[in-house]
Design a protein around this ligand. Sequence first.
Ligand SMILES: C[S@@+](CC[C@H](N)C(=O)[O-])C[C@H]1O[C@@H](n2cnc3c(N)ncnc32)[C@H](O)[C@@H]1O
Length: 216
Amino acid sequence: MKRLEALLSLIEDCQSIVDIGSDHGYLAKMIVDRNLARKVYVTDVAQAPLLVAKENLKDYPVSFFLMDGLRGFTEPLELAVIAGMGGELIVKIIDESREIFENLRYFIVQPMQQIGYLRKALYERGFYLEKELLAFEDKYYEILLYKKGQDQAYDFNLSKGLYEDLELYKGYLKVKKGKLEYIKSATFNRDQAKYERTLQGLDELSFHCRSLEIML
Ligand SMILES: C[S@@+](CC[C@H](N)C(=O)[O-])C[C@H]1O[C@@H](n2cnc3c(N)ncnc32)[C@H](O)[C@@H]1O
């Protein structure tokens, strides 16, 4: 499944939804086209992408906000999406509007990097990872659905349940392993701390594969 389709597959019929950092506005357009929400909000911190979204969504019943995350957002909200940003930025946006995120029915995040950091940070903040999906479009993307609630600790760098489609997950793990192998050789005799962290990452990956009976 492609990235935007995978994001959309997690959006249930709702009263209101916000796409935070919408850029082009494509996701909001798909939400309206499929009549998934009574009220759709599009936000971006930068003027230029917001203008592009306005152009792409001309005549669409969507409200636009130029804002940093959800700071100052006061409309009632049921769902939220934050996609296509780094994990640290996603956590920052959630931290700055914690009360809003805690009161959502659920929210969906799709980080471009720092996935382990994101999973751990949301676990520590009392958010429950209800569903994880893998999408493939030139590369692999992780899409995560969270709601307020205490979770159990798991391997934050790998996954809690990304393996619904085992063949897809296998390809994903192969890429992950290849990246770790590359970092391992690039840091050998250069950056001891990073080298050791990478070795540990590779060990965790093999343990994870063994526990799922996956051969890479
Ligand atoms: C790579 S685009 C992702 C676009 C879209 N969400 C997607 O997944 O296809 C990231 C967008 O997030 C916006 N952005 C970055 N930081 C933000 C913040 N703190 N609050 C709102 N938008 C932000 C950027 O201006 C940019 O338009």
